[in-house]
Design a protein around this ligand. Sequence first.
Ligand code: GLU
Length: 482
Amino acid sequence: MVLMSKVRTRFAPSPTGFMHVGNLRTGLFAWLVARHADGKFILRLEDTDKNREVVGSADHILKCLETLGIDTDEGLDKGGPFAPYKQSSRLDIYKRWAQKLIDSGRAYADPYTPEEVQEFRNQAKNKKQAFLFRNHRPENPPSWDGTTPLRFKSDPKSYNWHDEVMGDLSSGPEVIDDFIIIKSDGYPTYNFAHIVDDAEMQISHVIRGQEFISSQPNYMNLYEALELVPPIFATMPHILNEHGNKKLGKRDGAKDVLNYIQEGYLPETLLSFIATLGWNDGTEQEIFTQKELIEKFSLSRVQKSGARFDEKRLLWMNGQFIRELPLSDLYQRVGAFWPESAKNSTDDYRMQVLSLAQDRLKTLSDLAILTNYFFVDTEPNLLLISGNKQLKKIKPAEQVQLLETTKARLSQIKEWKAADIQDCLNNLLMETDQKPGTLFSLIRIATTWAPFSPQLNDTMGLIGRDVCLRRIDQAIELIDKT
Ligand code: GLU
């Protein structure tokens, strides 16, 4: 028998243009709660603040979700039984619910101009009191004609409630106030619209950021006035900068999620990284596949305290994910990241290059720098020699001598393959009485002009004997001139 699941979570972003890792975490956690419980995940666009709206944001949100494999069951992209899923197309619904409040005496037309409200605020400040709109409720409010704000008439009282992450919380009547539910432009406020929508869309869990927790008592008050049973609440901890001492901001490097993809981060890395911003499974495990996340995720293991956003950890994690990918899969993904010079080479050759580079890639965009010399002679950079701790101890004439000997021995290798090249390199160490850190660095630099490369023998094996010998010749010539 299939049991109908009642878990329905939603991601309710506002189309304000930028989707950083923190924004997306709320969506990811809501999705994981739904998928873990075999429930439904709904995407709702909260576009009632027309001043903050950025064109193209809705598509951007959809693209972010799609890229990370966060699929929806209902919503903006799919439609569904509670369509439309875009708040600006639901104005009649909010009016209907607002009318209920007007009819029961729990909403009134706000007769004041913004200047008058400001004056009330100033008065409270001068008296060193907290400003409460309800102290200024008009005695005989005009009937609401839609041209002024409509306010909720609150019923101040204390609340105790449970938050799945923050635990048992409470508040006193002093924080309850009359807030605007419909603005004078006809759009509802977030404070009203999300409650109406969550009820209409039968949302079971409201999972959102900490910035809303101080308004929670007012939301409780509104649930009561609307005779609604509140959903389950789960408040996400803040995301902090890498030092863990303040909320993450754009200045701390919080980029748009799609920027990370463009820079060569894998979607599975971002998923695992974002999921572990404030959640763990109770073990030391740091890296999770999508399947593992769905299996293991629970709100009870989301931490209360802020989660540190550490880009170094993200980079490390990406390297781990890249390393785990089957070569053919990685090959499919690196298409746009090859250096220009790789354009005319064969799939087979590129695949061999990739298999050598795979373990060293931290992001896919490292590929260009890391592999250019497999395809083309790169610009010699003598600083690599003069700046090398070991090599700078050796005079240029001696460097030339070492390269000459290397060239001679490499020419004698019968079959140009990695194992034989390694034997030759080992013999060269004995013959020249040098340390690997010195001799191999010199050979690496002369054949690649790169500060590091995959295993030297593998690298030279793939570059080919002729090219290696030619590059060594060029290096000798260059060093000779110094
Ligand atoms: N539209 C709100 C935001 O983007 C959503 C808050 C919520 O999930 O209820 O912050």
